[in-house]
Structures are given as C-alpha cells and as structure tokens.
Design a protein around this ligand. Structure first.
Ligand code: TYM
Length: 344
C-alpha cells in the first residue's frame, strides 16, 4: 500500500491558507483513498517549538486534529494513523543520521530558513535543521504523496535529494516521495489524467504578491480559522484586486482576483477551471467578491460547527492507536537505516 502523509505545525490558530493548502486537501484525499492507501496525519510538535507557541501546545495539538476531523478525516479508520511526532522518537534519531548526509550548502539555500532567520546570530539551530527533520518524517514511512502547500515544495525536493544520496552511499533503504509536480497534481485530483500542476499558495488578501501568513501584522490580510464567519466574509470584501476588470485566473497579472478564484474553488470543493468558467465575462468585482465572501462565510460557519462537535476522547483514542502503529513502522525503518550505516 502506498502512503500519503502530512503534518501542520501548531504554533497557534491556523490560517485559511493552512487549511486550504494542506489540511482540507489531505482530508479529502484521505476520504478518497483510505480503502487502498495508508494515510498518516501527524502533528509536528518538535517542528512547532522552533518558534514561539501561542497558547498551550497540547491544546493546539488537539484543536488541529479536531480541524482534520471537521474537514472529513475519519479518525477511527484502520488505514488512517494520527500521531504526535515527539511520541515517535525515531524521527529525531533519523534526523541526526540524515544531518550527517545533508550539506551546509544545500541547507543554506532553503528559502524558509532565510525568511525565518531574521534574528541573525540569535536564530535557533532548530530553524536551520528543520527541513532535515521533515525529511525524516517522510522517509520513515516511505511516503509517496505529501500534500503540502507550495511553500514546502523545496523541502520535498531536499527530502528526495537526501534519500537518493543516502541510497547511493549506503544501499537502497529509502523510497523517494513523488516529484513535486506529480505531488501537486495528485493533491488537486488531476493525477489520474496524467496532468502536472502548480502547488497551492493562498495569497495575502491585502498584498497578493505574498503568501497568506499567520505572522502578517495586518489583520485584514489573513483569515484565521477562529475568525467569525462574518469577519472572514468582510476580509474577502476588502481584498485587494486590480484595474483589469476581468474575472479570470491569471496569477501573474491578477494575483488578487486569481487568489479569490482559488479560494472559491477550494471552499466549494470545485475545480479551479469550472469556477473560473462560471465567471467568464464578469467585469463587476463587487459582485464577484460578494459570491466569494458568501461561500467563505458559509464554509467557515459549517466548518466551525463541525469542529465543535468532535470529542477529545475520540482524538485521544485515535492518537494512542496511531502512535503504536507509527512506532512500529518507524522503528523498523530506523533499524534498516542503522544497519546500512553499520551502527547496528
Ligand atoms: P507549516 O506548519 O508552516 O504549514 C502547514 C501547511 O500549510 C501550508 N500553508 C499554505 N498553503 C497554501 N497557502 C498558504 N498561504 C499556506 N500557508 C501555509 C504549508 O505549505 C503546509 O503544508 N515543515 C512543515 C510541517 C511539516 C511537514 C512534515 C509537512 C513537518 N514535517 C512532513 C509534511 C510532511 C511546516 O512547517 O508547515
């Protein structure tokens, strides 16, 4: 069985970008593939502590898993494993071994590190090393598909490079995850048609050149999953557009409008093509934004209501089961690695 795997840090409330870029596609894929694939959804709590945590890490963990359940992830299904990274020590162990395969040159090229290391010499080493831990998260389970937003694609390429280098040096131990264009197509349900796709990047509502980010200071630039549905709709209404006066998908020339089309497609579960064709010929941005705002409001309303219904007991029971299974798989792979390196 092939494995589909993903994780989301829990530094605080999630953004609509986290949800539409990773959590929702993963939950939809899990529903589609749970009979034939292994589905791993884990909370990268060790990745979380590279930065400040708003609120309590354990409470944030439960909340993020509640969101997956609200998005349709079947916590009780036998092929679906949910677990916390720190409960599976093999992740940290493999990270160290891969550290001895990774080079300073390739790590220095990671754009996320460059963006996050603003504090210069005061930056913690975890921020630098975090893509290697991410590679370990993926390779321990031989995951083929890793649904993540486009900002994480460089880390997926690094994972492939580290796995290949390790295999060349020590023997065929790791399965490489699919290349990023194939990942993106798989995530967006286009793989069966043999299509390639771009990754998903939900943009900042005020400055659509940038990705929507929790750390942005402008409140109107981001929708947080704790926003009221009305507040979320108001933020869509105030989103930056352009003066082209055409509703069409053209990320290069019309990033604001394209972002809204992308959001509309993801919240309604429709394809981008079909959503864009519905607005062909529309020149009134106000009308268009109203439709997107209504859809987002409805989505937030339903999503938050579903999340409130998920019980902590169900999540904790699934974690106990998932962590037992994850330790078995991860420890078996780690032993293979240790033998290959002659540590065992
Ligand atoms: P993190 O926690 O920063 O982000 C979680 C997920 O949300 C996606 N995302 C977005 N997607 C589209 N548009 C946006 N504006 C946007 N903002 C965030 C991210 O791409 C990501 O998929 N290193 C990872 C967590 C991780 C992981 C892993 C993921 C650790 N190990 C193994 C997959 C597999 C991270 O920091 O993502």
């Amino acid at each position: 069985m092939e494995t589909i795997l993903t994780g989301i840090r829990v530094n605080g409330e999630l953004t609509l970008g986290n949800l539409l870029g990773a959590l929702l596609p993963m939950s939809r894929l899990a529903e589609q593939y749970k009979a034939t694939h292994k589905i791993n959804v884990f909370v990268p709590d060790l990745h979380t502590i590279i930065a400040d945590v708003d609120g309590d890490l354990r409470a944030n963990t439960l909340k993020s898993l509640r969101y997956y359940a609200a998005a349709g992830l079947d916590l009780a299904h036998e092929n679906i494993a949910i677990y916390r990274q720190s409960y599976v020590p093999a992740h940290s162990e493999l990270c160290w071994i891969l550290d001895c395969v990774a080079t300073m040159g390739e790590m220095n090229r990671m754009t996320q590190f460059k963006e996050k290391s603003g504090a210069g010499d005061g930056t913690n080493v975890g921020i630098f090393n975090y893509p290697v831990l991410m590679a370990a998260d993926i390779l321990l389970y031989s995951a083929k598909y890793v649904p993540v937003g486009e900002d994480q694609f460089q880390h997926l390429e690094l994972t492939r490079n580290l796995a290949e280098r390790f295999n060349n040096r020590f023997g065929e131990v790791f399965t490489l995850p699919a290349a990023t264009a194939e990942q993106a197509a798989f995530m967006q349900g286009l793989a069966a048609e043999g299509k390639k796709a771009d990754g998903i990047r939900i943009r900042d509502l005020q400055n659509p050149e940038k990705k929507m980010s929790k750390s942005s200071r402008a409140e109107n630039s981001k929708i947080m999953m704790s926003d009221t549905p009305e507040a979320a709709a108001a933020k869509i209404m105030s989103a930056t557009t352009d003066s082209v006066n055409k509703v069409q998908f053209d990320m290069f020339n019309q990033p604001g409008i394209s972002n809204l089309l992308q959001i509309l497609a993801l919240v309604t579960g429709d394809t981008l093509e079909s959503v864009a064709s519905r607005f062909a010929g529309e020149t009134r941005y106000g009308e268009f934004k109203r439709k997107v705002a209504d859809a987002v409001e409805q989505f937030m309303y339903e999503f938050q209501a579903k999340a409130a219904e998920v019980s902590d007991e169900d999540i904790l029971a699934a974690l106990v089961r998932g962590e037992k299974l994850a330790n078995e798989i991860a420890n078996a792979k780690l032993l293979e690695v240790q033998k290959a390196v002659a540590l065992r």
